[in-house]
Design a protein around this ligand. Structure first.
Ligand SMILES: Nc1nc2c(c(=O)[nH]1)N[C@H]1C(S)=C(S)[C@@H](COP(=O)(O)OP(=O)(O)OC[C@H]3O[C@@H](n4cnc5c(=O)[nH]c(N)nc54)[C@H](O)[C@@H]3O)O[C@H]1N2
Ligand SMILES: Nc1nc2c(c(=O)[nH]1)N[C@H]1C(S)=C(S)[C@@H](COP(=O)(O)OP(=O)(O)OC[C@H]3O[C@@H](n4cnc5c(=O)[nH]c(N)nc54)[C@H](O)[C@@H]3O)O[C@H]1N2
Ligand code: SF4
Ligand SMILES: [Mo]
Length: 681
C-alpha cells in the first residue's frame, strides 16, 4: 500500500493525516504519528475522509439551469457561459457589479490560495470580495492588532494558568484538547468561562457561567480586581503600555458585585478568577474562535482579553501569548487596480484595513440588503466558492431572496447544497485530497513554527480544484498575462520565492518543514507594531473613528425592554458538534449515526417552566422567524438560555438570526446574543 502524508481539511486545524492508497484509491486514513499537532490522532470527521471523498452524492459535472431544472454541461461550456456573463456584467454595469464570496475551505487553502483567487477579482476590477470572515474570527484579529500590533496565540501547553473563554475544544478543536490536558497534568490551573458546562468546565478549577453576551462586563470586572488588588505587572505597564490610567479609572465602576448583576456570575468567583490569573505565571487566555466575536461587543471583548494578557505581563513569553515568524510570500494581489472600496467598508473601515495592513474584503453582512435594494449600486452577478450561505449566513430568508434576485449566480461546491440549488451554473469542486495548496498559516494559529503543503493524493474526474477554475476562467477572459503559470504548483512556487522553499522541497516532507521561530521577547527588541510602539490600552484609532477607545460592556441591541416580556430567553447559536463542519458531512452515515439529529439544549428549570420534556418537539421563535426542533434537557446549560446548533437544513437556526451588523466596529452579527421564546409543539 502506498502512503501519502497530508494535512486534513475537514476543519480549520490541519491535523497530519496518512492517506493509504491501493491502486490509486484511498482505502483508509490514519493520524500521522509524529505530527507536531495531533501526534497520531484523528477525530471522527478526519476518520471519515474516505467516505467524504467517494460519496455517491458528489457533483460529477458542471450543471446549467434550464427551465427550472439542471442539465449537465461540459467544463468548456461552463467556462464559456461564465466568461460571457461576466464580460456582459462588466460592460453593462461596471466590474463592481460582480461579487465573489468564499467559504472556510478556500480560506484554509492559505494566503496564496485566497490571494490568487482575489487576483482574478483585482484584474476583473471588482472590489466586492467577501468571505465567512464577516461572521467568523475577523473582529478578534483586528482587536489584537489594534491593541498589540500583532495576532498572537495562547501557548496553552506551557502555561500554568489557562482561561478557556467561550471555547469547547472537545467539539471544535480536538488537537487543543491534548495540549490543555498536558498542561493540566503539569499542574496548570484551568478556568472555564462558558454558559455551558463543557467537558473542560467539568474538569476545571473554576467555572464561570456568564449570561451570553455579558463577557464585556466580566472582563471589566476581572480588570477591576487585577488593578485594585495590585495583581498586574507594574514594570510592563509602566514601560510598555499606553492608557493604563484611563483604564484604571474606567474599570473602577465595574466591581464584582456590579458584574454579578449583569453577568449572573457570583462576585466571589470573579474575584477568585482574577486572583488566580493575576498571581500565577505564565498565564494565558484561549478564547473561542468566534464565540466572543458574534456580539455587539465582539471586537471590544477581544480588546479586553489582549489587555488582560498584557497588564499581567503575559506577552511574548512561553505559556503566555506567543507569535511565530510569518511566512512572507511574494505579493500576489493588485490592490492598485481597484479604484473603490468594497461594500460595507464605509461603515466598517477597520474590517478592510488597519494602519495600511490590508485585509482586503467587504463586510458580507451588508450584502443581502445591497442585493435586494440595488443600493448603492446593483450587484448583478455573484460567484460563491466553497460556502453555503443559505444555511451559514444569518437571516436565511433574506439571504435566499437576495441570491434569487441576482441575474447570474455561480456556485462551486463538492455537493449540491441549499445554496447551489439557487444557482444558474453549478461547478463540481475537488476535495482537499485532489489538489495541492500551501498551508502557510498553521504556524501562526498553532504557535508551532512550521509550514506545510496539502498534497494532491488522488484525482476525481470532472471535479476541479477551485483555483484551476479561476485560472482557466482568467485565461478565457483574456487575463492570461496576469496568470502566467502552467499550473497551481507553479503559482505556489512564485508565491514561495522569498522564503527559499519550493513545492518540490515541501513535497519531500511528510508533515511540514520547521520554519522560523517563536518570537519570545519580541517587543523588547522592537517595541509593539502600533502607532505608539506600546500596547494601546487606550486606542486613539478607535476614538478617531467615533468608537470607545477603551473596552466597554454594552447590552445586545437585540435586547429591547418592550420585547423582553415576549422573548424572555437568551439564545446562543452555533456551539460546535464534533461530527460536523458547519452545514457539511450530514450525508456520511457513520457521522450521522453518532449525531443523528439537531436538538435545542435547555436547562430543566427552563423546560419545566414551559412544560417541555426531554425529547419533545419544541418551537423556538425570535422576532425574525421560528423553527421546530427536538428538546434536549440538561443541567449543563445555564437556566434561561437556549443553545441551538447551526448547519442543519431540517432546523435551520439562521432562519432565526439577523444579519443586521451587531458590532458597530466590525459589523459582526449577533449570533450568540439573541433572544427567543419557546413552546412545546
Ligand atoms: N467540529 C467542528 N469543529 C469546528 C467547526 C465546526 O463547524 N465543527 N467550525 C470551525 C470554525 S470555522 C470555527 S470559527 C470554530 C468555532 O470555535 P468556537 O467559537 O471556539 O466554538 P466552540 O468551541 O463550539 O465554543 C463555543 C463555546 O462558547 C460558548 N458560548 C456561547 N455563547 C457564549 C457567550 O456569550 N459567552 C461565552 N463566554 N461563551 C459562550 C458555547 O457554550 C460553547 O461552548 O470551530 C471550528 N471547528
Ligand atoms: N447561527 C450561526 N451561524 C454560523 C455560525 C455560528 O456560530 N452560528 N458560525 C459561522 C462561522 S464561524 C463560519 S466560518 C461559517 C461557515 O460557513 P460556510 O463556509 O458557508 O460553511 P460550510 O457549511 O462548511 O460550507 C462550505 C461549503 O463548501 C463545500 N466545500 C468543501 N470543500 C470545498 C472545496 O475545496 N471547494 C469548494 N468549492 N467547495 C468546498 C462544502 O460542501 C460546503 O457546502 O458559518 C457561520 N455560520
Ligand atoms: S480535528 Fe478532525 S477534522 Fe479537524 S483537522 Fe483534525 S482530524 Fe481533521
Ligand atoms: Mo468560523
Amino acid at each position: 500500500m502506498e502512503v501519502i502524508q497530508t494535512a486534513c481539511e475537514l476543519c480549520p486545524w490541519g491535523c497530519g493525516m496518512d492517506v493509504y492508497l491501493e491502486e490509486g484509491k484511498v482505502v483508509k486514513v490514519k493520524g500521522t504519528i509524529d505530527h507536531p499537532l495531533n501526534r497520531g490522532a484523528l477525530c471522527p470527521k478526519g476518520m471519515a475522509v474516505p467516505e467524504f471523498v467517494y460519496s455517491k452524492d458528489r457533483l460529477r459535472t458542471p450543471l446549467k439551469r434550464k427551465n427550472g431544472d439542471f442539465v449537465p454541461i461540459s467544463w468548456d461550456e461552463a467556462l464559456d457561459e461564465v466568461s460571457e456573463k461576466l464580460q456582459s456584467i462588466r460592460d453593462n454595469f461596471g466590474p463592481k457589479s460582480l461579487a465573489v464570496a468564499i467559504g472556510m475551505p478556500i480560506l484554509l487553502g492559505g494566503n496564496s490560495t485566497v490571494s490568487l483567487l482575489r487576483r482574478f477579482c483585482d484584474v476583473y476590477g471588482t472590489p466586492n470580495c467577501f468571505s465567512v470572515e464577516s461572521i467568523c474570527y475577523r473582529p478578534r484579529i483586528i482587536a489584537y492588532i489594534l491593541t498589540l500590533g500583532k495576532f498572537p496565540v495562547a501557548d496553552v501547553e506551557h502555561s500554568k494558568c489557562i482561561i478557556l473563554w467561550g471555547h469547547n475544544p472537545q467539539a471544535s478543536n480536538p488537537p487543543l484538547v491534548r495540549r490543555i490536558t498536558s498542561a493540566q497534568k503539569n499542574g496548570a490551573k484551568l478556568i472555564v468561562i462558558d454558559p455551558r458546562a463543557t467537558a473542560f468546565a467539568k474538569k476545571a478549577d473554576l467555572h464561570l457561567r456568564p449570561k451570553p453576551g455579558s463577557d464585556g462586563a466580566l472582563s471589566l470586572g476581572l480588570l477591576n480586581i487585577l488593578i485594585s488588588e495590585d495583581l498586574y505587572d507594574k514594570d510592563f505597564v509602566e514601560h510598555w503600555t499606553k492608557g493604563f490610567d484611563q483604564l484604571k479609572e474606567h474599570v473602577r465602576d465595574y466591581s464584582p458585585e456590579k458584574v454579578e448583576k449583569i453577568a449572573c456570575i457570583p462576585a466571589e468567583d470573579i474575584r477568585k478568577a482574577a486572583r488566580m490569573f493575576g498571581s500565577i505565571k505564565p498565564a494565558c487566555i484561549a478564547q473561542g474562535i468566534n464565540a466572543l466575536d458574534q456580539h455587539t461587543n465582539g471586537l471590544q471583548n477581544s480588546r479586553a482579553i489582549a489587555i488582560l494578557q498584557a497588564i499581567t505581563g503575559n506577552i511574548d513569553n512561553p505559556g503566555g501569548f506567543i507569535t511565530t515568524s510569518r511566512v512572507h510570500l511574494n505579493p500576489i494581489r493588485f490592490p492598485e487596480k481597484l479604484t473603490e472600496d468594497p461594500i460595507g467598508i464605509d461603515q466598517f473601515p477597520l474590517f478592510y484595513e488597519v494602519w495600511g495592513k490590508l485585509f482586503g474584503e467587504g463586510q458580507a453582512m451588508v450584502l443581502p440588503d445591497v442585493l435586494l435594494q440595488n443600493h448603492p449600486y446593483p450587484i448583478k452577478g455573484m460567484i460563491i466558492s466553497a460556502s453555503n450561505p443559505l444555511l451559514t449566513w444569518p437571516n436565511s430568508r433574506k439571504v435566499e431572496a437576495a441570491l434569487k434576485q441576482t441575474d447570474f449566480l455561480v456556485v462551486m461546491d463538492i455537493f449540491m447544497t441549499e445554496t447551489a440549488r439557487l444557482a444558474h451554473i453549478v461547478l463540481p469542486a475537488a476535495t482537499f485530497l485532489e489538489r495541492t495548496e500551501l498551508c502557510d498559516y498553521y504556524g501562526t494559529i498553532h504557535g508551532i513554527p512550521y509550514v506545510t503543503l496539502r498534497k494532491k493524493v488522488i484525482d476525481v474526474p470532472e471535479a476541479w480544484p477551485d483555483l484551476k477554475f479561476w485560472f482557466e476562467l482568467a485565461k478565457r477572459m483574456g487575463y492570461g498575462e496576469h496568470f502566467p503559470w502552467k499550473d497551481v504548483e507553479e503559482a505556489i512556487d512564485y508565491a514561495l520565492k522569498p522564503t527559499g522553499l519550493t513545492v518540490e522541497k515541501l513535497m519531500e516532507h511528510s508533515q511540514g518543514i520547521p520554519f522560523g521561530t517563536i518570537r519570545y521577547d519580541q517587543y523588547k527588541e522592537k517595541g509593539f507594531a502600533t502607532p505608539s510602539g506600546k500596547v494601546e490600552i487606550y486606542s486613539e484609532t478607535l476614538k478617531a473613528l467615533g468608537h470607545d477607545p477603551l473596552p466597554i460592556h454594552r447590552e445586545s441591541p437585540l435586547f429591547q425592554p418592550e420585547l423582553a416580556k415576549d422573548y424572555p430567553l437568551h439564545l446562543t447559536t452555533g456551539a460546535r458538534t464534533l461530527e460536523y463542519l458547519h452545514s457539511e458531512l450530514r450525508h456520511i452515515p457513520k457521522l450521522k449515526k453518532r449525531q443523528p439529529e439537531p436538538f435545542a439544549e435547555l436547562h430543566p428549570e427552563t423546560a419545566s417552566e414551559y412544560e417541555i420534556e426531554h425529547g419533545d418537539r419544541m418551537e423556538v421563535e425570535t422576532v425574525i422567524d421560528s423553527i421546530k426542533i427536538k428538546a434536549h434537557i440538561t443541567e449543563d446549560i445555564l437556566p434561561g438560555v437556549v443553545n441551538l446548533p447551526h448547519g442543519w437544513a431540517e432546523a435551520n437556526v439562521n432562519l432565526l438570526t439577523t444579519c443586521r451588523p451587531g458590532d458597530p466596529i466590525s459589523g459582526a452579527p449577533l449570533l450568540k446574543s439573541s433572544f427567543c421564546r419557546i413552546r412545546k409543539c
